[in-house]
Design a protein around this ligand. Structure first.
Ligand code: ADP
Length: 844
């Protein structure tokens, strides 16, 4: 080996070393590089890890704080839950119902005070078994009735084992009622509720003892409850009456068992009807059950849409009603019989009473001692009073029985007033009082009304006025104002100058049987029914009655009625022939009435107070057509005036207006006419009209015919009653007449052609042919003979019907001698002798 070789070797070695070194340094570098990368990533990692740790740390921090809050929340929630439970129990404590919870082993968990209250005396703590508590209650608190505590407890324990626990109602020994209701909770707990239903039970107890049946249905028409009476009323359906059964089921059950007799044969219709009725509610129906009981069924809607029904057994009421009804029918029949009896009796009593009164009057006319006269007078006045009473009572009983019917018809009011006044004239004359009528000149006289009833009213008012007046006058005044439809509202007043009435009695006297009770009044007879009847009649006519009075001065009774004016109301015929009249009357009212009757016809009326004044006037101015003179005047009466007029040489006609024409007797005179006062306007006009050619010559030249040259007045009296015939005969016994009797209307008619009577007195109710028919027949025969009807009572024959039959006027029984004399004097024809002889005192 050489050096070179060594050198080469060395170099090679060095080169190899150098390559190795290079490689190693590359490797180192690479390793270094790697290390550096690694170191970098490591540090990155560290940083990262540090980050993670940091965030983990902060998370841990967060968690930690969350955890703290959670714990706090939990704490609060727990507190809230505890509080809520406490509040719940507090609330449960405040309610009146008992509330308790038992666990699944039926041991008490908790109970409120209301639940525990009835169990006082036993320590009941949580854990106490249900059964113990029930037993304690059964032994000490609950009113078990016939039940034993063991049975009760056993029942209660079995009860709560079931799935659905039925509520139970118990009565406590203190009288209250509790309804116990249990429910099982999901975790097996038993929740127990005890509700005090004492109030409800009280109401039910009350409903149960109601005498009426009570039933309650819900809005689906299912039975909710009914009382014992309901079950008793429908005993056959009672077993069916369990809560839940429908009304229709109950009805069908009843139908099936034939409990509804009226439904037999048409059950479905009846059912539909009954159901409709039930559904309509607020209705009342009557049902008769098969057992005959009558049930009043009333159904009403309850606020929740249900129906509450009440069933009342009205069998007794219906029976009572039927009894009342038949009693009423019987009473009505009895009342009718009574009225018929009254009517018959009053007729039967009146007929003989007329005989008594008439005979007594005749007896008074004979020679009697003072004492005998007193007796006879008493018989007469008592008889008359009795007749008035009978008539009043008859009328009043008619009004009471509501059998008063008005019979409106056309009639002449003025004439009616006139006739009533004329009938009262004799009594007024006896007392020396003047009767006057002032019928408004411009008023029609014919109206449509019930003339009979108005006559009755007028008779009462004017009759009272005459009765209670000793001196002075009684004035009937009629005025009217136009009302609707051609009617007139008439005011009729009757004024008197009598004893008057004290203010405190003014209302009283219109009551039934009421009279003024004082010294002055006691002597007057009467029933006290007249004004009561008057008031009832006028009110029945739609009018009113009143009275004004001054004690000791007089009274004024008035009434108001509105009556249609009769269509046939013709204007009163006005006397045309007469232009100037001189009228004398000592009474101011009479003078005024005359003036008011004449002046509107265009007649010039000169009024004088005395005969002397007339003579004075005539001396100055004789050109008057007629003198109208009053009869009775002081100083110079009408007859003397006539004489003086003739003595003075005046020939003009003189008419006498007299309250008592019969007082003239057979005195010869040449009055152109004698008119009965008060004067009927139409009569006055007729007489004035009749003053044709001056009566003067006749009066002057022809002396009055000697009475003997004249024939007797022929009078026919138709009267079936023998007593009345006798009375009549005796009354006219002193009169110069040719009197014949007919026993009935037919005989009267037959007698007319031969007998040619001057006047007929005609009884109205007679057998075979009554007075009205007889009068009609006589008129039909063409006879104008005056006919005067005789009626038993103003009401018996209705005035207009009587007048319509052709009768001229009528007199009311009992027959009065003066009335007969008046009629005879009035209707005596010129050809006959005056029938009336001078009255005894005149003759003397
Ligand atoms: P009667 O006349 O039958 O007693 P009334 O009913 O007609 O019955 O009258 C009742 C009472 O009214 C009379 O009793 C009388 O006291 C009183 N009275 C009626 N009219 C008058 C009158 N014109 N003047 C005074 N008193 C009268």
């Amino acid at each position: 080996m050489d050096l070179s070789e060594r050198l080469v070797k060395e170099r090679r070695a060095r080169l190899a070393a150098e390559r190795l070194l290079e490689q190693k340094s590359r490797e180192l570098f690479a390793a270094n590089e790697k290390l550096a990368i690694h170191a970098r990533s490591l540090s990155d990692q560290i940083v990262e890890q540090r980050q993670v740790v940091k965030s983990a740390l902060s998370e841990a921090e967060l968690l930690k704080s969350q955890n703290t809050r959670f714990v706090e929340d939990l704490d609060r929630a727990h507190t809230a839950a505890v509080m809520a439970e406490r509040r719940l129990w507090d609330a449960l404590e405040t309610i009146n119902d008992g509330f308790a919870v038992f666990d699944s082993a039926k041991r008490l968990v908790s109970a409120n005070a209301a639940w525990l209250a009835p169990l006082q005396g036993k320590v009941i703590a949580p854990g106490c078994p249900y059964e113990d508590i029930i037993r304690y209650a059964a032994e000490t608190v609950i009113d078990l009735g016939d039940d034993t505590p063991d049975d009760f407890v056993a029942r209660m324990m079995t009860r709560i084992e079931g799935d659905r626990i039925e509520p139970v109602t118990v009565k406590l020994r203190n009288g209250s009622w509790v309804r116990i209701q249990e429910r099982r909770a999901r975790d097996g707990d038993l929740v127990c509720l005890a509700v005090d239903i004492t109030e409800q039970m009280r109401i039910w107890a009350a409903i149960d003892v109601l005498p009426d049946a009570f039933v309650l249905f819900d809005r689906e028409e299912r039975l909710l409850a009914c009382n014992q009476r309901y079950r008793e009323m429908f005993p056959d359906s009672a077993p069916l009456m369990q809560p839940g059964v429908t009304f229709e089921d109950l009805l069908r059950h009843g139908l099936k068992n034939g409990h509804v007799p009226q439904a037999v044969g048409h059950e479905e219709d009846w059912l539909a009807d009954r159901l409709a009725h039930f559904r309509a509610a607020d209705t009342i129906a009557e049902n008769t059950l098969a057992n005959g009981r009558v049930i009043l069924e009333s159904d009403h809607v309850t606020p929740d849409g249900g129906r509450v029904g009440l069933r009342t057994d009205i069998t007794a009421i219906r029976e009572q009603q039927a009894q009342l009804e038949s009693a009423r029918t019987a009473a009505e029949a009895a009342n009718r019989a009574k009225s018929a009896f009254l009517a018959n009796m009053s007729h039967e009593i009146r007929t003989p009473m007329n005989g008594v009164v008439g005979m007594a009057e005749l007896l008074c006319d004979t020679a009697l001692s003072e004492e005998q006269r007193l007796f006879a007078e008493t018989i007469r006045s008592s008889g008359e009073a009795l007749l008035v009473i009978i008539n009043d009572i008859l009328d009043y009983s008619k009004i009471e029985a509501e059998r008063l019917t008005l019979r409106p018809e056309p009639f002449d009011l003025e004439r009616t007033i006139h006739e009533v006044t004329m009938l009262l004239q004799p009594r007024a004359r006896e007392k020396g009082i003047d009767l006057m009528i002032d019928f408004d000149m411009f008023l029609p006289t014919r109206f449509v009304g019930d003339p009979g009833r108005l006559r009755q009213v007028l008779t009462n008012l004017i009759g009272n006025a005459v009765k209670f007046t000793e001196t002075g006058h009684v004035l009937t005044r009629v005025v009217g104002v136009d009302a609707e439809d051609g009617s007139q509202t008439l005011h009729v007043t009757v004024e008197d100058t009598g004893i008057g009435i004290a203010p405190e009695f003014l209302d009283h006297i219109f009551g039934e049987f009421n009279q003024v009770e004082d010294e002055r009044n006691r002597k007057f007879e009467g029933t006290g029914l007249g004004l009561a009847i008057t008031q009832r009649l006028i009110e029945h006519m739609g009018g009113a009655v009143w009275v004004d009075s001054d004690l000791g001065q007089g009274s004024s009774f008035g009434f108001r009625v509105t009556l249609p004016v009769a269509e046939d109301s013709a204007p009163v015929q006005v006397p045309v022939a007469v232009r100037r009249v001189i009228a004398v009357d000592d009474q101011f009212i009479n003078r005024t009435i005359l003036e008011r009757q004449l002046a509107p016809c265009g007649i010039e009326v000169t009024l004088c107070r005395s005969g002397a004044e007339v003579l004075e006037r005539l001396a100055k101015d004789p050109a008057y057509d007629v003198v109208l003179t009053d009869h009775a005047m002081p100083d110079m009466d009408g007859v003397q005036l006539l004489d003086n007029i003739r003595v003075a040489g005046h020939t003009l006609p003189v008419m006498l207006l007299s309250s008592n024409p019969t007082g003239l007797g057979t005195l010869a005179h040449d009055f152109a006419a004698i008119l009965q006062k008060p004067i009927l306007r139409s009569d006055l006009y007729r007489h004035l009209q009749g003053l044709t050619a001056p009566a003067v010559e006749a009066a002057a030249d022809v002396a009055p015919l000697a009475q003997i040259d004249l024939r007797q007045m022929r009078v026919l009296a138709a009267e079936d009653n023998k007593t009345n015939q006798l009375v009549f005969q005796k009354m006219v016994r002193d009169m110069d007449i040719d009197l014949r009797f007919a026993d009935n209307g037919r005989l009267a008619v037959e007698m007319v052609p031969d007998f040619q009577p001057d006047l007929i007195f005609m009884d109205i109710s007679m057998p075979e042919m009554d007075g009205k028919e007889a009068a009609r027949t006589i008129r039909a025969m063409g006879s104008k003979v005056p006919i005067v009807a005789l009626t038993a009572h103003a009401m018996d024959g209705d005035a207009e019907a009587i007048l319509a039959a052709g009768i001229d006027r009528y007199l009311t029984k009992p027959l009065r001698k003066t009335a007969i004399e008046g009629a005879l004097a009035e209707y005596c024809p010129k050809a006959a002798r005056a029938p009336v002889t001078a009255p005894a005192e005149d003759a003397a």
